[in-house]
Write a protein that binds this ligand. Structure first.
Ligand SMILES: Nc1ncnc2c1ncn2[C@@H]1O[C@H](COP(=O)(O)OP(=O)(O)OP(=O)(O)O)[C@@H](O)[C@H]1O
Length: 634
């Protein structure tokens, strides 16, 4: 598919307000992304099967959700590439000034007079001004090269490659290139719309026909659920679209988990022992460990010596560990690798928490695990300072069996079979007093709270449903996206001093990657040393700067403590936090995991209390969970 065609279709989606009409446009685009069906002789020789790429691009992604590759292109690199393609009179600062005016990089890219900068394009990276029109596949291949560039010179390779693409782009193409590179398409296509369109385009579902006009034996909901399930299992809209087109329902039914390919984590809502007992009659109670979520994949290998030193080459070992965002964190946690190699008895996918413990094995506060999690350097030294242990609490796959659809109690049995140490203790009880005593004990032992789970619940990847409840007495913290900052004064002039923090806002289609609404400014609770670290962490994400104030691309999440949520005209969320204080950087969370405006409203007592599910209604993007979809079937 020509990239211009993709851009044209994306424009049409962005202009469309109705959910069903958007799904129809997406379905047409998916259907048109395959190879040309015309006879061989008439076929365009550049014609290729771009379905998987187009499906991912529509969601602003280059790679499948499970794929660890990242473009590593921040706003400043993108601005620089745009400025170069716009000619000698435009600088990256000019791009930032325009961004401060228009507020959106796609619009800025479209306004610039790009192209024709042949001289600079000669330096590496595919700048090939004046060549044929860009195709979707070419854009994809260039972006793969950007993501895979490493070592000396990779930064300038990335810049040159992006410049080469922008230099060949029409205004409309430039809009979507810039947004794609920064991961925000803003065309109102949520994961739910893409799922529904896949079912419509390739399985004959009637998503765009209003429910009351459908045949009695209409199977739309069933087909949509089938696509949804395949998305949960594969974490790849591209692959699922191809399967639906090429192998139909049977192909989707056959997809299975793969050891080494991460799955989205099942999430919890807040709830009490009484809520659990009222809803289910009995509950599985478990300690809520205050650590970082890990998903561990163990692939048994003939040459894997039990208890061997797993720290050798974690990239190639039988154990891989992923964060809640499916980022590979294996290298940061060698003791968990060793633990699993020594104690796993069969290939498995395990869900659990990595917790920091002191010399007596007692839990350390959450901040301690953050010093270890995702660490790339000094792992051995930090290992001496902070010890990490595994508390496994779920099992998604064991010895060749996928267990997503098995009840929790069965998954626990399989977990204990497959891992003989490091499994969390559980209590299954129908006695509320007994569960409350369990909770009191967990808190007395220094844990964060308890998890309450429905005993027969299946594992629902990416979903924040009502099957898992979390009960923690101290809930007055929010995970907020850092959207801006002000430079400090005096001796702190080189450091950010005050941080603007925001909740996520889901747009009407449930697309969670869009807007943010400010809830406050955080300046307390931060030491000078932390300020220096935070400045280093946030500087690459600066989007625009004006006087003392900067704005950031939404990437970094702070855990923020507060005393109260008040209504306030000061911020665009309509709320302000009373006494906000910085607690930690949530290294384990991305911007899409931050708290939402809906949750803020509910905590402030303004929400729809009955429908707890309103919380984080757009929490999952890749799989399309939690989104209000066009079928209304959610
Ligand atoms: N026994 C357990 N079962 C499930 N999750 C647990 C358990 N112990 C600790 N946890 C942690 O608690 C979290 C459950 O809360 P939730 O799904 O809302 O995630 P979260 O947004 O990271 O929440 P929080 O900030 O409260 O940890 C899990 O993501 C996991 O990291």
């Amino acid at each position: 598919m020509e990239f211009a065609t993709f851009a044209e279709r994306a424009d049409a989606m962005a202009a469309e307000e109705g959910d069903l009409a958007t799904v129809a446009l997406v379905a047409e685009t998916l259907a048109a992304a395959g190879p040309d069906a015309s006879p061989e002789a008439d076929r365009d020789p550049t014609d290729s099967d771009d379905l998987a790429i187009v499906a991912r691009f529509l969601r602003g992604a280059v790679f499948p959700g499970w794929d660890g590759r990242k473009l590593s292109v921040g706003p400043s690199l993108c601005h620089e590439a745009l400025a170069r393609a716009a000619g000698a009179n435009v600088t990256a600062d000019d791009v930032e000034d325009r961004l401060a005016e228009t507020g959106e990089i796609g619009a800025v890219a479209a306004q610039l007079d790009l192209g024709g900068q042949t001289g600079l394009a000669a330096f590496g990276g595919g700048g090939d001004a004046g060549a044929d029109d860009l195709t979707v596949r070419e854009v994809y291949e260039e972006l793969v090269a950007v993501a895979e560039a490493t070592g000396d010179g990779s930064e300038s390779f990335r810049l040159d490659t992006l410049f080469g693409l922008f230099n060949r782009a029409t205004p409309s193409e430039a809009t979507y290139l810039a947004r794609l590179v920064l991961g925000e398409m803003r065309i109102g296509v949520g994961g739910g719309a893409l799922r529904d369109a896949t079912a419509e385009a390739f399985l004959g579902a009637s998503v765009t026909t209003p429910t009351e006009e459908r045949d009695e034996d209409d199977r739309t909901d069933e087909l949509v659920a089938l696509v949804e399930r395949a998305l949960q299992v594969t974490n790849d809209h591209g692959r699922v679209a191809e399967l639906a087109r090429d192998e139909g329902e049977a192909g989707l039914r056959d997809v299975s988990l793969a050891v080494g390919r991460p799955v989205r984590s099942m999430l919890a809502q807040a709830g009490t022992v009484a809520d659990a007992m009222d809803a289910w009659g009995s509950a599985v109670a478990e300690t809520k460990y205050d650590g970082a979520r890990v998903q561990i994949h163990y692939e048994e290998r003939a040459d894997d010596n039990e208890g061997a030193d797993g720290a050798g080459d974690p990239d190639d070992g039988p154990v891989s560990i992923y964060s809640r965002n499916m980022e590979d964190v294996t290298a940061a946690l060698p003791e968990l690798v060793e633990h699993v190699r020594a104690h796993a008895t069969a290939p498995a996918i395990l869900d659990g928490e990595a917790v920091a413990v002191d010399d007596d094995g007692e839990p350390l506060p959450f901040q301690a695990i953050l010093r270890r999690f995702r660490r790339k350097y000094d792992v051995d030294r930090m290992r001496e300072e902070v010890r990490v242990e595994l508390r496994a609490f779920d099992c998604l796959h064991a010895a060749g069996d996928d267990l997503l659809d098995a009840p929790l109690t069965e998954r626990h049995d399989r977990l204990r079979e497959v891992l003989d140490e490091g499994v969390s203790e559980v209590l299954v009880s129908d006695d509320a007093a007994e569960v409350e005593a369990f909770e009191a004990e967990a808190l007395a032992a220094g844990h964060e709270g308890v998890m309450l789970k429905r005993p027969d619940s299946t594992y629902d990847p990416g979903n924040r449903g009502k099957e898992w409840l979390k009960r923690k007495p101290d809930v007055e913290t929010l995970d907020l996206v850092v959207t801006g900052a002000e430079w400090g004064e005096g001796r702190r002039a080189e450091l950010f001093g005050t941080f603007e923090v925001s909740v996520r806002v889901a747009d009407e289609s449930g697309d969670a990657s869009g807007e943010h609404a400010v809830v406050g400014k955080v300046a307390t609770g931060i030491t000078d040393e932390e300020l220096a670290d935070l400045t280093d962490l946030l500087e690459p994400h600066v989007r625009s700067e004006s006087g003392q104030t900067v704005t950031f691309a939404p990437e970094v999440v702070f855990e923020v403590g507060y005393e109260e949520i008040q209504t306030s005209p000061t911020y665009d969320s309509g709320y302000a936090l009373r006494f906000p204080r910085f607690l930690a950087v949530r290294e384990d969370k991305g911007a899409d995991d931050a708290d939402t405006l809906t949750r803020l409203r509910r905590l402030a007592g303004d929400g729809d209390d009955g429908a707890d599910g309103g919380d984080d209604s757009a929490d999952a993007d890749e799989s399309g969970d939690g989104e209000r979809d066009a079928t209304g079937a959610e």
